[in-house]
Design a protein. Structure first.
Length: 137
């Protein structure tokens, strides 16, 4: 197996909803495993996600989970998930879905370096950057 670098997102109890949302955005196959699936069926967090993996038709792999019991994390701030390429229709489609219900920091528009670029934070607090190279947009 070739080594890969995959984003692994952590949520405060919203991993199932977030990963299902990303499946709607990107398509693909989503595997969700709860704490209950791993032998903690009677625990209060049995329905929370211990591990999720989305594999998309475009070759993306996005992983995520809810925080382990007794911990919390602060979303965003130290990272952004970046999408880039030259398929303008595909990337604009992702942008529309990711930014809907979230907030836009930089509108998706032509930038001084020539690409169409935007930054948004989705409804789950995950920051995204979208860069469309060589776009006429």
């Amino acid at each position: 197996m070739v080594s890969r670098l995959n984003p692994y997102l952590t949520f405060n109890g919203e991993a199932r909803q977030a990963m299902q949302f990303y499946q709607q955005v990107f398509g693909g196959t989503l595997d969700l495993r709860s704490y209950g699936d791993f032998g903690q069926a009677d625990a209060p967090n049995a329905d929370k996600i211990m591990h999720a993996m989305l594999q998309t038709p475009s070759g993306f792999t996005l992983m995520g989970a809810d925080n382990p019991p007794g911990t919390e994390s602060e979303q965003g701030g130290t990272f952004s998930v970046s999408l880039s390429g030259d398929d303008e229709a595909e990337l604009r489609g992702y942008w529309e879905k990711l930014s809907e219900g979230g907030s836009v920091a930089v509108p998706l528009e032509k930038q001084m370096w020539g690409d169409v670029f935007g930054m948004c934070t989705d409804r789950f607090g995950v920051p995204w950057m979208v860069d469309i190279s060589g776009s006429e947009g």
